[in-house]
Design a protein around this ligand. Structure first.
Ligand code: FAD
Length: 288
C-alpha cells in the first residue's frame, strides 16, 4: 500500500549487511544508508523486469467474477492471476493503558525510528512478549544501555518453537547481557511511568515495546470472499479457494492433510512464497 520511507516494512532492510538486528543496527548507525534504503531492489530492477511498480496505491476491492482489482482512488486493474500478499500488523494488548503514547510496536522503519527516539529519553524499557521481536528489542535496548525488563506468559523462552534446551540457552544469553525476565506473568495495566503485572509486581518504565505477534490483514480477502481461517487458506500451490487468486507471506495459511494448519512463511534467503503455482511448480511440501 505505502511501502515508502515512512512505512517501509522492516523485512525490506533486514538482510545482508543489516541482517543481524535492524533495531540494533539502526540505533547505532541510523545513517543515510539505512534511511535511504527503501526497497529491496533498485528502481531499474522493476523496469528491466517489466514490472510496473505502483507505490502509495491501496487496493480497496477485488471483483473475482470480473477479475478486477480496484484501488481506493477508483483505478481498475484486470488480472489473469492475482497474488494477495497484504501482510500482517502487530497485535495490540487489550489492557488499560495499551494506547498510551509511550507504548509502541515494531513493524516498520517508522516504528523503529520512534522507538529509537524514545529510548534516548528513557532509562528503562519494558518489553512485552519474549519471542523474536521482543528479544530483538530487548537486546537492542541493552546495547543502548537501558535497563530492560521482559514479560511473557510462557515459563520457558521459545520452547514451543525451538525446544527447551535452546530456550534455556537463549534466556541465559540474554541474562548475561542484563535482560531481566518476568516469565509466567503478563501485564495487567500500563500507566505513564509504570506497569502492573498480573502477579501484582510493579515495573517502572517510561518506554514500553509490545511484541506479541501479528494479525494478518484480511480485509481484502474477506471482501473478495476467500476462505479464511486465521489467514487466507491456500493449497500446496498457494492457490486460495477461488481459482486464479493466490496468497503468500504473513496472510497465507495452509491446512496440513493430517489436520491443523500453519503459516506459509516466506523467509528471506530461501525459496517459498515467491515461487507460486503461478509459476509452474509447487512449493516444497512440509508436514510436521
Ligand atoms: C523487526 C522484525 C524482524 C523480522 N525478522 C525476520 C527474519 O529475520 N526472518 C523472517 O523470515 N521474517 C522476519 N520478520 C517477519 C517478516 O518481516 C514478515 O514475515 C514479512 O514481512 C511478511 O511479508 P509479507 O509480504 O507477507 O507482508 P509485509 O511485509 O507486511 O508486506 C505487506 C505489504 O502489503 C501492502 N498492503 C497491505 N494492504 C494493502 C492493500 N489493500 N493494497 C495494497 N497494498 C497493501 C503493505 O503496504 C506492504 O507493502 C521480521 C519482522 C519484523 C517486524
Amino acid at each position: 500500500m505505502q511501502p515508502d520511507s515512512s512505512h517501509t516494512p522492516l523485512s525490506l532492510i533486514i538482510r545482508n549487511d543489516l541482517a543481524e538486528d535492524i533495531l540494533y543496527t539502526a540505533t547505532r548507525n541510523i545513517g543515510p544508508t539505512l534511511r535511504n534504503r527503501n526497497s529491496l531492489r533498485p528502481d531499474s530492477f522493476y523496469s528491466e523486469a517489466a514490472i510496473e511498480l505502483r507505490l502509495n496505491t491501496e487496493v480497496a476491492r477485488i471483483d473475482t467474477k470480473e477479475r478486477q482489482a480496484t484501488t481506493r482512488d477508483g483505478e481498475h486493474f484486470t488480472y489473469d492471476r492475482l497474488l494477495l500478499a497484504t501482510g500482517a500488523e502487530p497485535r495490540r494488548l487489550p489492557i488499560p493503558g495499551a494506547n498510551l503514547p509511550h507504548v509502541h510496536t515494531l513493524r516498520s522503519l517508522a516504528d523503529c525510528q520512534v522507538i529509537i527516539a524514545a529510548a534516548k529519553a528513557a532509562p528503562r524499557v519494558l518489553v512485552i512478549g519474549a519471542s523474536f521481536i521482543g528479544l530483538e528489542v530487548a537486546a537492542s535496548m541493552r546495547a543502548r544501555g537501558l535497563e530492560v525488563h521482559a514479560v511473557a506468559p510462557e515459563k520457558r523462552l521459545m520452547e514451543r518453537i525451538l525446544g527447551a534446551q535452546m530456550g534455556d540457552f537463549i534466556r541465559g544469553l540474554h541474562e548475561q547481557h542484563g535482560v531481566q525476565f518476568h516469565l509466567g506473568d503478563t501485564v495487567a495495566a500500563i500507566e505513564s511511568q509504570r506497569a502492573t503485572l498480573k502477579s501484582g509486581q510493579v515495573l517502572e518504565a517510561g518506554l514500553v515495546v509490545v511484541g506479541i505477534g501479528v494479525r494478518p490483514r484480511l480485509a481484502l480477502a474477506e471482501q473478495a470472499g476467500l476462505a479464511i481461517d486465521r489467514g487466507v487458506l491456500v493449497n500446496e500451490n498457494l492457490e486460495t479457494s477461488i481459482s486464479g487468486i493466490y496468497a503468500a507471506g504473513d496472510i497465507a495459511r495452509w491446512r496440513f492433510s493430517r489436520g491443523g494448519n500453519g503459516l506459509i512463511k516466506g523467509a528471506w534467503g530461501r525459496p517459498g512464497a515467491s515461487r507460486l503455482e503461478m509459476i509452474p511448480y509447487p512449493v516444497a511440501r512440509y508436514e510436521p
